[in-house]
Design a protein around this ligand. Sequence first.
Ligand SMILES: NC(=O)C1=CN([C@@H]2O[C@H](COP(=O)(O)OP(=O)(O)OC[C@H]3O[C@@H](n4cnc5c(N)ncnc54)[C@H](OP(=O)(O)O)[C@@H]3O)[C@@H](O)[C@H]2O)C=CC1
Ligand SMILES: O=C1O[C@H](COP(=O)(O)O)[C@@H](O)[C@H](O)[C@H]1O
Length: 495
Amino acid sequence: MENTNKPKALIVIFGATGDLAKRKLFPSIHRLYQNGKIGEDFAVVGIGRRSWSNDLFRTNVRNSLGDDVAEKEIEAFTSHFYYHPFDVSDSASYKNLGILLNDLESDYHTEGNRIFYLAMAPQFFGTIANNLKKHGLKSDTGWSRLVIEKPFGHDFESARKLNEQITSAFEENQIYRIDHYLGKEMVQNIEVIRFANGIFEHLWNNRFISNVQITSSEALGVEDRANYYDVSGATRDMVQNHMLQMVTLLAMEPPINLNPEEIRSEKIKILRAIRGIDEENISDYFVRGQYGPGKMFGKKLRGYQEEAEELANSNTETFVAGKIMIDNYRWAGVPFYIRTGKRLEEKCTKIVVEFQDIPLNLYQEKQSTKSPNLLVINIQPNEGVTLYLNAKKPGMGSYAEPIKLSYTHEAVNSVNTPEAYEKLLHDCMIGDTTNFSHWDEVSLSWRFVDRILKKWSKEKPDFPNYPAGSMGPEEADELLERDGFHWWPTNNEEE
Ligand SMILES: NC(=O)C1=CN([C@@H]2O[C@H](COP(=O)(O)OP(=O)(O)OC[C@H]3O[C@@H](n4cnc5c(N)ncnc54)[C@H](OP(=O)(O)O)[C@@H]3O)[C@@H](O)[C@H]2O)C=CC1
Ligand SMILES: O=C1O[C@H](COP(=O)(O)O)[C@@H](O)[C@H](O)[C@H]1O
């Protein structure tokens, strides 16, 4: 990692007229600027086919920032933005881009540092990477980094080919594969909660933990991403990347230090230890669903198949729940349950670590329901940690009741949690690869989900099987009930 003091760089965004640039990238760069994480020594070059001028590009950047930014500051900020239209599959056009970058480099004193951010459909990744190398756009004087958006491939084989193309132009340590969950404050906090607290780390194993539950539910439906989502589905969209990344952070051994290589190496060991599921046993471990019509907050909602013309008769899963077993010394026998889906009851990402009950619970009979100790890590929308304990019910008699010890970031005035993309962009600028996915992680994750997807592709599902606004199909509940567990509620109000 290099000097972290106000990094200097040219940021070239391929796909700068698109949704991701507008919703995430421009606001993140702005927050870095506003918070003094970057100074004046940067410029952004936007690329798309639309014939926009610099002025129109700057107006779009400005519109992406919301209303509460001072006019003078906006002007100073947007003056760092330049638009350069061309079709990225036209190899000859890269020469002019190179000339522009050289000019801006000397105007903005960026010391030859270049970030190429590929915010475009994956079929362009290989072409762009190769052209950047072929036309000498990788820097001779500073560093060059390639940031790649998800999805990284459609299955293991396509991901392998894509990786081959990219690595023929960039070294692995120059490639930053984004998984924006790794930029979330509370996902990064998993390591700290585990490794900075004796009371958890000593109990963090199969002798004391009965199961772990990771839920990432979304209230939104497919929105205007039908074309992408219908070929992806929830397994590729969320499980292969975000959900498995959270599993590895929860399950990995303590690294010998906090260097990216050491952390990554521990995460990879977990991915290697995840039990591969035989085709005939898939339904014992994974279930899928697709939402039908339903209701949320009293409002009627359409089913997935009615949300867009091209979705009629779709067999794509909008919900997945699964049981992941990690066959190593620490976790043998402990299920890690995951579930994620669209059009669920509410937007919520939460991890629940359920501890085993004590050998003889003197208060069990006096409590109406079983109340194991739970450690809840609230990733979003609330950010914080809640520990559920049992304590004496105030008053006469000797009854236990569950109580909770809660910490929320929102309650602490000074906390201004940076957006995931803001953190990841800054990490990329300072050369910190910790929160990006290495090819070994991507490939092992694909190998795991490929088996499930292969089996599902051979069977016609009985879709839709859950109403919009519910928490998914019954099969997801049965998955846990078979093991004597149940999903802990995700109710945001509760925490
Ligand atoms: N949007 C999101 O919330 C998220 C997106 N992603 C990923 O980010 C990437 C971009 O997504 P998103 O912004 O939504 O996509 P959009 O469809 O909104 O944008 C696509 C961009 O690519 C440009 N483009 C397309 N073809 C060409 C071409 N031949 N030459 C030059 N530019 C081209 C378009 O510019 P023009 O039309 O001007 O040519 C546009 O700027 C995808 O990989 C997506 O999976 C990942 C997570 C979330
Ligand atoms: O990567 C993706 O993530 C979002 C959910 O992200 P979050 O930060 O809002 O939890 C999901 O909506 C999208 O389908 C997927 O591509």
